[in-house]
Write a protein that binds this ligand. Structure first.
Ligand code: GDP
Ligand code: MG
Length: 209
């Protein structure tokens, strides 16, 4: 994990405690909000905890809709954090019960968004700390390498895994990251449930800005 000074942590805490409003939901690329601020996108498989992490970071339980049913968020949801940053809750992937047609639409929407968004600073790829990287995660990493958009790996649901499991998953993720040019070579461990790693993640998002 990255190191931050107490001042950086406090500044980030204040920003995240301020306004954060749902701005926009886009199911196609003709309707993106103007690229006025730096954007940080939350990507990952369905059910990995994207919406929960957006909520936990902003301290709002119902800002992003969470769900027990995988595959619910089908659009790009933009949240305006304090007029500084857009947080983007992305539609999940890797859910088995979608049609080929839906999968193709997802790929197209995501790839075009990733390639064409000038203010997109970084993509946070969320990985379940119990399961590690799956093929669909590697597919996204390849897309991001191609689009030359930087990304980082965030492990989620740390409260559900043992320390040993987290160490093993982190190590195997790091081995894969070394082969990916647009990846930042570090792994962040979080739990939205127990607020683990959230202070540092807030500071990291502000530092990326
Ligand atoms: N134990 C635990 N469960 C979590 C955590 N984050 C999310 N979940 C649960 O995982 C499920 C999917 O979360 P959601 O945020 O909707 O995932 P998304 O599809 O990636 O947006 C929900 O039932 C959440 O309550 C976490 O940190 N710990
Ligand atoms: Mg979601």
């Amino acid at each position: 994990m990255d190191d931050f000074t107490p001042e950086e942590l406090e500044a980030a805490r204040i920003i995240f405690a301020g306004n954060c409003d749902f701005m926009w939901g886009s199911a196609d690329l003709q309707q993106l909000p103007p690229p006025d601020f730096t954007e940080i996108a939350f990507a990952g498989r369905s059910n990995v905890g994207k919406s929960s992490l957006v909520n936990a970071l902003t301290g709002r339980n119902t800002l992003a809709k969470t769900s027990n049913t995988p595959g619910r968020t089908q659009q790009l949801n933009f949240f305006n954090l304090g007029g500084y940053v857009y947080l983007v809750d992305m539609p999940g992937y890797g859910y088995a019960k979608v049609s080929k047609e839906q999968r193709k639409n997802w790929d197209k929407l995501i790839f075009e968004y990733l390639r064409g968004r000038p203010n997109l600073k970084s993509v946070l790829i969320l990985i379940d700390s119990r399961h590690g990287l799956k093929e669909s995660d590697i597919h996204l990493m390849d897309l991001l390498d191609k689009a030359a958009v930087g990304y980082r790996i965030i492990l989620t649901k740390a409260d559900k895994s043992s320390k040993k499991q987290i160490e093993e998953v982190s190590k195997s993720v790091m081995d894969v990251l070394k082969k990916h040019p647009a990846a930042y070579p570090s792994v962040f461990v979080t739990s939205s449930e127990k607020s683990t790693g959230l202070e540092e993640l807030r500071a990291m998002i502000i530092a990326l800005k």
